[in-house]
Unconditional design. Structure first.
Length: 461
């Protein structure tokens, strides 16, 4: 087959994260954004050697696994919740198999096999999220239009599009308060028009709506992100938002003139209330600011951190390094049963938040350092007994991983939000004196292609 060819076939299997396998005349073609068992029509759009990729054009026949009616009006145009028509048990089974396939390959490549050459480690399956809907505590919505020069929209990107924005005011993976706030903001700017930011031309005013909500307290932060190119009185909008039956504790105007399509702040103005809220996790309280990293599924995070704590075991009288520590959540969960915990995080705002949170929780054995893990490990005088790793999606820098290995700690727990990055790093760890003891998945993102993984490694004596 060649580029531009259109074909029909059945998706036989989905590899992580959403790479469907379709076979035409014994030739394997990757088709993304499908469900196992669907008969699809697709067009070949990439060809590299014998590898073919195709763009899904239409689902010709539903999969036998599609037992659930779509939960929102934007399915399947919005690519956020690809698996919402699958029963949750089937979603978990698919993710479990995807995760195990990646780990098995890493084990074999790293030489951790039994006498028959099979991967030799304890795989404990995948733990379900305590909730499958309304679980997200944070959402970044974008301003735009559904089609060029169409009416203003506010929501999420259309599947496969960099520009088209769908108004997702009935999204089911966020609390109803998110939808009320989205609709209020969209209605306001429809009534009092302002141009949305066009990232190719670098023109316009409205960029994003960032909403964060505490699961434990119900407190909400509303962040309206714009450029500085125009000036608009946002106080009437503040009045409308406060009239909603939502527990809004802060409304912020964030100025962002970055050319990149990212949510960041050049300047933050508090229009109402405060710029933080509180979230309670495993008996600890955390102060969350607009850009502080925090797991997006609060109830799932409790499961994730409890699993990590169980995996690392007894930390009494031990020094623990929490590398890529974010706002210090894991560090503080471990601090009550450790001699000392040292967290390292490159985002300075997150480090400052971690310090505040440690004080809030009356923990005096936590130290948080701002800087790149690769550089900071050369500056820390203490040596760890155990190490917790929770890196960003791309995993650990090879040079940083080498320094981590050189500590020679007895146990490490690696928490990963991207199994392919974990599998790559595990091969290096296995080839340098470590063995994988236990692994499990924790599903923090129901209906989506993503999953978290917790892995316990021990030093070979």
């Amino acid at each position: 087959m060649k580029k531009g060819d259109i074909f029909e076939g059945v998706i036989e299997k989905i590899d992580f994260p959403n790479k469907g396998r379709v076979y035409i005349d014994d030739q394997r073609i990757t088709v993304k954004n499908g469900i196992p068992g669907q008969k699809v029509r697709a067009m070949v759009n990439k060809k590299k050697g014998k590898k073919l990729e195709a763009r899904l054009m239409e689902v010709v026949e539903k999969s036998p696994l599609e037992k659930v009616e779509p939960l929102c009006s934007n399915f399947p145009a919005c690519g956020g919740c690809m698996y919402q028509t699958m029963a949750y048990e089937d979603q978990l089974e698919m993710k479990k198999n995807q995760l195990k396939a990646l780990l098995d390959e890493a084990m074999i490549s790293g030489g951790q096999t039994d006498s028959e050459g099979h991967a030799d480690y304890e795989f404990e399956g995948i733990i379900a999220s305590p909730v499958q809907t309304a679980y997200r505590n944070k959402m970044e919505f974008s301003f735009g239009d559904v089609y060029k020069d169409g009416p203003l929209s506010l929501g999420l990107h259309k599947k496969g599009s960099t520009y088209d924005i769908l108004t997702t005011d009935d999204c089911k993976i966020v609390h109803d308060d998110f939808c009320k706030i989205l609709r209020c903001v969209l209605d306001y700017f429809t009534e009092f028009p302002a141009p949305f930011y066009k990232k190719m031309q670098h023109t316009g005013y409205l960029r994003h709506l960032l909403v964060r909500r505490s699961h434990s307290t119900g407190e909400i932060l509303v962040n309206i992100v714009t450029t500085s190119r125009e000036s608009h009185d946002l106080m009437p909008l503040v009045g409308r938002l406060n009239a909603l039956e939502c527990h809004i504790v802060g409304i912020l105007h964030i100025i962002n003139d970055s050319l990149a399509d990212v949510v960041q702040s050049d300047e933050t103005r508090i229009l109402y209330g405060r710029d933080y809220f509180y979230e309670d996790i495993l008996g600890l309280r955390f102060k969350i600011t607009p850009f502080a990293f925090f797991q997006t599924n609060s109830e799932g995070a409790e499961v994730l951190y409890s699993t990590a704590r169980k995996y690392i075991g007894d930390t009494k009288d031990k020094v623990v390094f929490d590398l890529y520590s974010g706002t210090g959540t894991i560090a503080q969960v471990l601090a009550s049963v450790a001699k000392k915990v040292i967290g390292v995080e490159i985002v300075e705002e997150a480090v400052e938040a971690a310090k505040v949170n440690a004080e809030l929780n009356h923990l005096d054995n936590c130290t948080f350092l701002a800087g790149d893990v690769l550089k900071m490990l050369d500056e820390i005088e203490e040596k760890p007994d155990y190490i917790i790793l929770d890196p960003p999606r791309d995993g650990i820098h090879p040079k940083a991983l080498k320094k981590i290995i050189n500590y020679g700690v007895e146990r490490m727990v690696y928490i990963s939000c991207k199994p392919t990055s974990l599998a790559r790093d595990l091969e290096v760890l296995l080839q340098n004196g470590y063995t994988v003891e236990r692994v499990c998945g924790v599903d923090l993102f129901p209906m989506t292609v993503h999953t978290e993984t917790v892995c316990l490694l021990s030093r070979i004596k």
